[in-house]
Design a protein around this ligand. Structure first.
Ligand SMILES: [Zn+2]
Length: 239
């Protein structure tokens, strides 16, 4: 089982850990704790470096498998042994860009729901750009500019972004969480992690976020596309 350090400290850039298992065929290792985000909720996995006594490996891919986080190592060096200690360093420029992007998408979805009552049906992101699908019947340039102005106004409010890990029963009593389909979470989950943009948005979410909307930057809605009768896609970029 891997302790997920990024869930409680998204600003952790380096960490020490022990190697608890080695998968030779996949060239992957499991750590007892990690700051590497394994991907999920539209946020891609982190890149970085893992240093052991004999040298350093590039971390090319990270993936959650049950309770474990697999770190896929590049290079040609033989894999380290189980029980070795390792030091992980994230590609921080990329990760921080993804944190700003992920938080920007939550600002967008909170603002669109508040102003138009439109729910999100999907989303995806890369560093400093993303897309989100909403239940809109029509979308036009004028509306896009209105949304863009509203999201940047929210960013400028310097709203705090709070992460909490709650017992399942407590989380299910928060009415705001229902619209983000908390009821679709698997039965077995004992705790729910919530991300709240104070005064704007509250979601069940596993991703890494900035502490305050003032870190996001300027959001541009650069394009929009119809993806069906009641589905419209907005494309954003962060400056
Ligand atoms: Zn999210």
């Amino acid at each position: 089982m891997t302790e997920l350090l990024y869930q409680t400290d998204s600003y952790l850039q380096e960490f020490d850990a022990n190697i608890t298992s080695v998968l030779l065929a996949e060239r992957a290792i499991v750590l007892d704790r990690t700051a590497f985000y394994p991907g999920g909720g539209g946020q891609p996995w982190d890149f970085g470096t893992l240093t052991v006594a004999d040298g350093a490996y590039p971390v090319n891919k990270v993936k959650k498998q049950g309770e474990d986080v697999l770190h896929f190592l590049g290079g040609a060096m033989p894999l380290p042994a189980v029980g070795s200690t390792a030091h992980g360093i994230l590609d921080w420029a990329r990760r921080y860009a993804l944190m700003r992007t992920h938080s920007a998408l939550h600002v967008l979805c909170g603002t669109v729901f508040r102003d138009y009552g439109a729910l999100v049906t999907g989303g995806d992101m890369d560093p400093l750009k993303g897309r989100m699908d909403f239940e809109f019947e029509t979308m036009r340039g004028e509306l896009v500019r209105e949304i863009e102005a509203a999201v940047n106004k929210e960013v400028a409010q310097s709203r705090e972004i709070r992460v909490r890990i709650l017992p399942r029963d407590e989380a299910f009593q928060i009415p705001d969480l229902i619209r983000t389909k908390i009821n679709l979470l698997p039965e077995g989950i004992a705790q729910v992690r919530t991300v709240e943009i104070v005064g704007l948005d509250l979601q069940a979410d596993g991703g890494t976020h900035v502490h305050n909307t003032n870190e996001v930057g300027t959001i541009r809605v650069v394009n929009y596309k119809s993806k069906g009768a009641i589905n419209k896609r907005l494309y954003i970029e962060i400056e």
